[in-house]
Design a protein around this ligand. Structure first.
Ligand code: FAD
Length: 202
């Protein structure tokens, strides 16, 4: 299937072919794991530690770049239900979260280092997954999952924009400067204003 690109998540059946996964974040690690669990060989490309992003601090896969909370744990709301569904589907991220959970009221929060270390170890030692520490510069041919996150390194970001025919890709919306702390699932959060280019306005 030359030139086929699957943007973001979705496990595809690829007999006798290697699935390429671009990025070693949360989505990528889960995607690689699910594909491998279905018997598919995977090459996962992660650019760190040779290159990094403005937010990442380690060379670990599935590094949480901000909050260590995965939001509500209870089943009485949508995010809690979604996590339970992921558990029942054999999610690597959820297994790691449950194993490295820390006290956070009604939220599911994790020890971020233990969480990322566990996922890194599981992915790197999985026989069907090869972790390649290289920066991807263009969309490769062949079956590919692109999950390089909101801080996708150039020139791949430009290649994605071109492939999707969009002038801009955003992962967040500008927030008013008057943001006040909000309380969610027993924890306090301070929403900070961010420009369309991702610059924090404090
Ligand atoms: C500053 C900041 C704060 C955030 N805070 C929160 C929060 O509190 N809660 C929340 O839910 N979400 C938050 N987010 C959004 C957060 O990025 C996502 O929740 C989550 O990290 C997305 O996972 P991902 O796997 O899609 O991307 P990521 O976790 O970003 O993983 C993408 C991976 O791809 C790698 N990569 C990028 N480009 C290339 C390339 N060209 N070649 C090879 N590898 C590449 C990166 O190094 C990275 O490891 C925040 C994002 C940022 C930038």
């Amino acid at each position: 299937m030359p030139g086929r690109v699957v943007v973001f998540l979705g496990v595809v059946t690829v007999p006798n072919e290697v699935l390429q996964v671009i990025g070693g974040g949360l989505a990528d690690s889960e995607a690689a794991w699910q594909a491998a669990e279905n018997g598919i060989s995977v090459r996962l490309f992660e650019m760190r530690p040779k290159y990094t992003t403005p937010a990442h601090r380690t060379d670990l896969l599935a590094e949480l770049v901000c909050s260590n909370s995965l939001r509500a744990a209870g089943l009485e709301n949508a995010v809690g239900l979604l996590k339970e569904e992921m558990r029942r589907l054999g999610s690597l991220v959820m297994a790691a979260a449950d194993e490295t959970r820390v006290e956070a009221g009604g939220a599911l929060a994790v020890d971020r280092n233990a969480f990322a270390r566990l996922i890194t170890e599981k992915v790197q030692t999985y026989p069907l997954i090869a972790v390649v520490r290289e920066r991807v510069t263009e969309l490769p041919a062949g079956p590919t999952i692109v999950a390089s996150g909101p801080l996708t390194a150039e020139p791949l970001a430009a290649a994605i924009q071109k492939a999707l025919g969009q002038a801009h890709l955003f992962f967040t919306m500008p927030w008013p400067r008057s943001s006040r702390p909000i309380r969610l699932t027993g924890m306090w959060y301070l929403p900070l204003p961010v420009t369309k280019k991702g610059t924090l306005l404090i």
